[in-house]
Design a protein around this ligand. Structure first.
Ligand code: C2O
Ligand code: CU
Length: 564
């Protein structure tokens, strides 16, 4: 049974026990006995369920094992004992039995509230979040010095009516085009990007998703800078250190503004770059209800001669994971989140599931037949590569099987991520009633709290950090630490058997337990959040903070900065 099914089963059994006890209490007295016995059986089944859950991950069931289920069982035993006695004694015993049955029902209710309202680890954020992180270094000083040559770009944030290839017009917010222009650089180059806001009244910033830039260049409104308002500019500078596929987007009112179009791709080519072949960047996005792959809402066609090396860079800019399919050619998955995989082998008949915010690079040699890239649930958009313009369009079939990166490629040591852990941290993701931005909501919680009242993971420069992420909810959470890549140590207790996985966006699915390692090598105050930005706005954000670093920027009530 899957862990998420067990979580569901536990909920159902809890509700069923409550209903049975309540019914027995209403029927009362001696005739309630069969219902009470049924309630006891359900509780015993629940006991087995929570023990199995605890075996999969203690945080999945902690409060159920220690308090919830034992409490229910105690109350149940007492109630059944009293019922049996009441049978013998007649009417005098039946009031006591009724009371005992109601207490058993109450115990089941308490157990449900403990799990569904209090959550793990038994209370909202252990300590309120201190914005000041008293320290000697300000994030505003963690910038790239403006010396030496730089490759310069200008991005102007603006409202724009964009005519899509189908002829449909969308009212977008863009960095000049939809998506924004692809920025390209070579490893070792310094990029200088001037952001100007023409007329986005809610403000903008530029965040470089997946790039480990200095903290002051990270573009998070209210944490690393103030939002840029109409007429204002901000200049970002950083050295491109890692070759790979990245993307940029605003981090001010991110949920709304990215959806409206404030995003684009950034590709860093290796220093020794082989220019031969076709290299396409394909961010997938939905604007309004219209899916767009690359810059088209239709199936795009490119003529590519057989034998040509092809690289497709898939970027998911949406809130949900997306499954991509490549029909017509076997391919290799050569990079994930901008990091090359070791020893990639040929893949076919598998869909590629890209987490929200994640990137997958596929490579293959163009065959004689046409090849088609499609996206599940978005048939209108797609890409056809063929030797001639009039070649037939291959069918867009999405395989049932999904590519599993944890069993792909070959192992390789990652010296930087090995050694003794200096910090160990547990992050429990859940869905609990909380107050978010002053309003009650069924929030997306981290360790029982919502942003900004979540204790940050505190590190010192150089620390090796182990983070255990446990998803107790029924939703997928694409967790995204800024400024660092993490190494996957295990998923549900199983270590990856293939290539090391160095990710900046990892999908923690319902019931999953991930263990990851992170090397604290980039001082700052870093956002760490779910890249389903609906969830981020509902509380699922926290900080990875380096000791001694502080920020002069603020967000929250009274501040124009709204990072999520
Ligand atoms: Cu893609 Cu906090 O961002
Ligand atoms: Cu989430």
């Amino acid at each position: 049974m899957t862990t998420v099914a067990l979580l569901g089963l536990d909920l159902i059994l809890g509700l069923l026990a409550l209903a049975l006890w309540a019914y027995a209490a209403v029927r009362a007295g001696a005739s309630g006995l069969p219902w009470a016995l049924a309630g006891l059986l359900v509780l015993l089944a629940r006991l087995v369920t929570v023990l199995v859950l605890a075996g999969r991950g203690w945080e999945l069931a902690a409060e159920r094992v220690t308090v919830g289920v034992p409490l229910g069982l105690l109350a149940a035993a007492a109630a059944i004992g009293l019922l049996v006695r009441a049978r013998r004694r007649g009417p005098t015993g039946s009031t006591a039995a009724r009371m005992a049955l109601w207490s058993a029902a109450a115990a089941s209710a308490v157990s449900l509230l403990l799990t569904g309202v209090v959550g793990y680890p038994g209370g909202p954020g252990a300590a309120a979040h201190d914005h000041s992180h008293p320290g000697r270094v300000s994030v505003a000083d963690l910038r790239t010095a403006a010396v030496g040559p730089a490759k310069k770009f200008k991005l102007t944030a603006q409202t724009q009516a964009v005519t899509l290839p189908s002829g449909r017009v969308v009212d977008a917010w863009t960095f000049g085009s939809l998506p924004g222009p692809t920025l390209t650089a070579q490893v070792g180059q310094t990029l200088e990007i001037t952001l100007r806001n023409r007329d986005i009244t809610t403000g903008v910033t530029l965040h470089w998703h997946g790039l480990s830039v200095p903290n002051g260049e990270d573009g998070v409104a209210g944490v690393t800078q103030d939002a840029v308002f109409p007429g204002e500019t901000f200049v970002y500078r950083f050295r491109a250190e890692q070759p790979g596929t990245f993307w940029y987007h605003t981090h001010q009112h991110a949920r709304e503004a990215i959806a409206r179009g404030l995003y684009g791709a950034l590709v860093v080519q290796p220093a020794t770059r082989s220019t031969a072949g076709v290299d396409l960047v394909l961010p997938f996005h939905t604007i309004g209800k219209i899916p767009i792959l690359g810059d088209s809402d239709q199936v795009q066609r490119d003529v590519v001669a057989a034998g040509t090396p092809v690289r497709l860079r898939l970027v998911n800019t949406e809130q949900q994971p997306r499954r991509f399919a490549l029909n017509g050619a076997a391919f290799r998955v050569v990079a994930l989140d901008g990091v090359d995989l070791n020893g990639p082998t040929e893949v076919s008949d598998q869909a590629i599931r890209v987490p929200a915010g994640g990137r997958y690079d596929l490579a293959f040699t163009m065959p004689a037949n046409p090849v088609r890239l499609s996206v599940e649930g978005a048939r209108q958009a797609g890409l056809v590569l063929a030797g001639s313009a009039d070649a037939p369009e291959p069918e867009a079939k999405v395989a049932k099987a999904t590519f599993d990166p944890t069993r792909y490629g070959s192992p390789q040591p990652v010296p930087d991520m090995t050694g003794k852990f200096d910090v160990s941290s547990t992050i429990v993701l859940d869905r609990l009633p909380r107050v978010v931005n002053g309003r009650p909501a069924l929030a997306q919680t981290v360790n029982g709290g919502v942003y900004p009242d979540i204790t940050p993971i505190m590190v010192a420069e150089g620390d090796l950090v182990r983070i255990r992420v446990v998803n107790r909810s029924f939703e997928t959470h694409p967790m995204h630490p800024h400024g660092h890549h993490i190494l996957v140590l295990s998923v549900n207790g199983r270590a990856p058997t293939g290539s090391p996985l160095l990710l900046d966006t990892f999908d923690v699915q319902p019931g999953e337990v991930w263990e990851v390692a992170l090397r604290a090598d980039n001082p700052g105050i870093w956002m760490n959040h779910c890249h389903n930005l609906e969830h981020a706005t509902s509380g699922m954000m926290f900080h990875l903070a380096y000791a001694g670093v502080s920020t002069p920027f603020t967000h929250g009530p009274g501040s124009p900065n709204v990072p999520e």
